[in-house]
Design a protein around this ligand. Structure first.
Ligand code: FAD
Length: 425
């Protein structure tokens, strides 16, 4: 901690995969000194590195290999390169071409987090504060971040990567106009309750309805299948499966749009939105693609009046309804300089940020002092990075935080100039 005061260039709120991304990107691209010289305080009460992934009861939706790509091409002798020989890395490397359990990924990310914490602790202008952020106040010249022990850290800007929470009112959400969960809200649970070991696991049996088509939705199907009689998956758009190439998708009998569903950069089908790993296998079986095992899973895509009626009946008869509509950012309370509460804008895919990750308020104004991304906040990679044109949701993932999204945030932190007195909106 700098001895003179608690002032920094940036305060990073949270120390999970998203927060670490730009620091790792900086280290890999020779810009670590430039970043650390600005002064960073990273505030995280728990282990630095794995974030929520340490608590999920499921396998990774990515292969093991991409988690370790942050170690590629580094010169031997650097702190990051030294991670290659650790037992946690070797365990993950053994599953490089598989979808490893997140319980194998998390210890590797914790080791990575320890290296990043070391970068900060060894730098005279940086600090790691092992506390919660309890509040953020906007000031004319930046922000003031308060921590659980009452400390006040001032900074030009803050990076908020404190993870996600279920979207407000998820239990009463409208699936499509006129088809609402509200009449059934007593039986609605969020997917997080089943996946996250920190939550109390709700009992579920009999007939289950899962609403959504994401990895979380299919992870719940995976966790519940042995214990329930029948699962109905209600989804709005077609089931999106990931394939390495259009040829592979065709060979598998999967129907897709050859333009809208294919990434123009690398030719992958449903590169961002496609299901992978166990979720892919289950959804593939539910679609009854050739060679798949029969599953007690019924798909209802609510795009016709008849399908809507079937969905309404399934909801009415369900013992448990699981909503898997994602997350919004779990932001600490933020106040304007005059003490008024800052209200962040939210949309169907979570908390709204602009293409630089600047948090947007309920009136549509973006705040460069408040950089927010990670689980629940909607920073999408740029067009140059690619992705299928049909993908309209935000992009999440450890690899993206350490590469494309990390680049966007790092570039913004190093190059965005705000001066005292400037209206930073
Ligand atoms: C079910 C599920 C499975 C996923 N699987 C994968 C996968 O296999 N591969 C992949 O690449 N991505 C996956 N993701 C997407 C994404 O990579 C993870 O969600 C990732 O954990 C997001 O990182 P994060 O840093 O945004 O949030 P989190 O991992 O939630 O980390 C937030 C951090 O902030 C800290 N924090 C919270 N509040 C405060 C506060 N007030 N003050 C200070 N610190 C605070 C927390 O302690 C935590 O360490 C998955 C997401 C979900 C929901």
């Amino acid at each position: 901690m700098p001895s003179d005061d608690n002032s920094f260039g940036f305060v990073f709120c949270g120390g999970g995969p998203a927060a670490l991304g730009p620091i790792i990107t900086a280290s890999r691209s020779g810009r670590l000194d430039a970043l650390l010289d600005r002064g960073i305080a990273l505030v995280e009460p728990g282990p630095i590195g794995p974030g929520g992934l340490a608590h999920y009861r499921i396998g990774a939706n990515s292969l093991g290999g991409p988690f370790m790509e942050c170690l590629d091409g580094l010169e031997d002798g650097t702190a990051l390169a030294a991670l290659r020989d650790l037992p946690e890395t070797r365990r993950l490397r053994a599953l490089a071409d598989e979808h490893p359990p997140l319980s194998v990924v998390a210890p590797f990310l914790a080791r990575l987090g320890a290296v990043v914490a070391g970068f900060l602790e060894e730098h005279p202008r940086c600090a790691v504060v092992r506390e919660r952020v309890t509040g953020i106040a906007l000031r004319d010249d930046g922000v003031r971040v308060t921590t659980g022990d009452g400390r006040e850290l001032t900074a030009r800007r803050t990076v908020i990567a404190t993870g996600g929470r279920p979207q407000a009112d998820f239990a009463k959400a409208e699936i499509v106009p006129g088809l609402s969960l509200a009449p059934h809200q007593e039986r609605v649970r969020h997917s997080e309750s089943f996946i996250d070991a920190r939550k109390d696991l709700p009992g579920a049996g009999g007939k289950v309805v899962v609403v959504g088509g994401s990895h979380s939705a299919w992870s719940v199907v995976h966790l519940m299948l042995p214990a329930v009689d029948e699962i109905t998956v209600i989804h709005r758009t077609g089931i999106r499966l990931f394939y390495d190439s259009a040829d592979r998708a065709r060979a598998d009998g999967y129907a897709f749009d050859p333009v809208l569903d294919v990434c123009p950069v690398n030719g992958r089908v449903n590169r961002y939105g496609g299901l992978r790993g166990r979720a892919h296998e289950l959804a593939r079986a539910a679609l009854r693609l050739p060679g798949s095992d029969p599953l007690p899973v019924r798909l209802v895509q609510v795009d016709t009046p008849a399908a809507r009626q079937a969905a309404e009946q399934a909801l009415a008869e369900a013992d448990t309804i699981v909503m898997a509509n994602g997350f919004e950012a779990d932001l600490p309370p933020i106040r304007h300089a005059d003490g008024a509460l800052f209200t962040a804008a939210t949309g169907p895919t979570g908390t709204v940020v602009n293409d630089r990750g600047h948090l947007v308020d309920a009136h549509g104004t973006a705040y460069p002092q408040l950089v927010a991304y990670g689980l629940g906040a909607g920073l999408a990679p740029s067009k140059e990075v690619g992705g299928e044109p049909s993908y309209t949701r935000r992009a999440d993932g450890v690899w993206l935080y350490q590469h494309d999204i990390g680049e966007v945030v790092l570039d913004d932190l190093l190059n965005h100039v705000t001066t005292t007195g400037e209206t930073q909106r």
